[in-house]
Design a protein around this ligand. Sequence first.
Ligand SMILES: [Zn+2]
Length: 313
Amino acid sequence: MAFSSDVRQEIARVAVTKRCCARAEVCAAVLCSGGLSFRGMGRYGLVIHGVNDEIAGRYIEVLRRFFRCQAALGTIETPRLGGLTRYQVMPPEGEVPRLLRELKLLDNTRLFGLRATPAREVLKDPCCRQSFLRGAYLAGGSTGNPKKAYHMELAVPEPELARCLVQLMKGLGVPARHTRRKTQQVVYLKDGEHMARMLAILGAHRSLLEFENLRILKNIRNEANRQVNCDNANVDKSLAASERQISMIRVIQKKMGLEKLPEPLAEMAELRLRHPDLSLGELGGMANPTLSKSGASARMRKLEAIAEELVNG
Ligand SMILES: [Zn+2]
């Protein structure tokens, strides 16, 4: 299965044990993927959209256990998205105001009396901050294939909420960035180290282990590639130089003949023609008497000068 769906599935199975954490996670689900509407006179409509049946089932269970709320599971077929089934969690309308009150999402000082970001109290404890991020991830989170590139994101509907997530993550040692994509706000990470920390915060420990193994492999491979690239570059450079030297020597051969060269230069020219893949240092080692690398390259420069003179007449 793809890494991204593994991460989501693992997070969807993290146990919710405390009511404070249940509140934080459902609060995130409502803010990030809830259809929340004001219907006048203290009446509200609420639908939580789940990505799949497992996530929808998680929220039905959490609402029942921690909020004594019996929500219904709804499905919508989306022919335009290739017949994909979308899942919805729908608390009974009569219970929505109480639920919103318990989630601390009502605020009379705001438009329609609803908050766009979680109340400070909901994020008071570290356990709840992690739970809130878990809810945000299950609503709009995804992780790219770490074999290709490091990318993790949380998509949310409102910029205010995106800024809140950035702050929250920063406080947990994960510096995230925020950008807009079409109608969505995207909070994202591009750094392997930060992604690893985020996976730990979300409680995706199996995925974290896999992620870290991939990172180690990738680092080793990058290191090896750097080495090979470096070696290749050097080989390419000396081969190109050797080809140039050979074509110069061929000019001398054609226009005056190598035998007319002073003895030491003729020797160097012959050596180069016989061993196109050797470095100048190695050619110097084969000369009689042997030459240093700089001695060999001095002779090669003289050969090049002669060839140039011949070409230019
Ligand atoms: Zn908590």
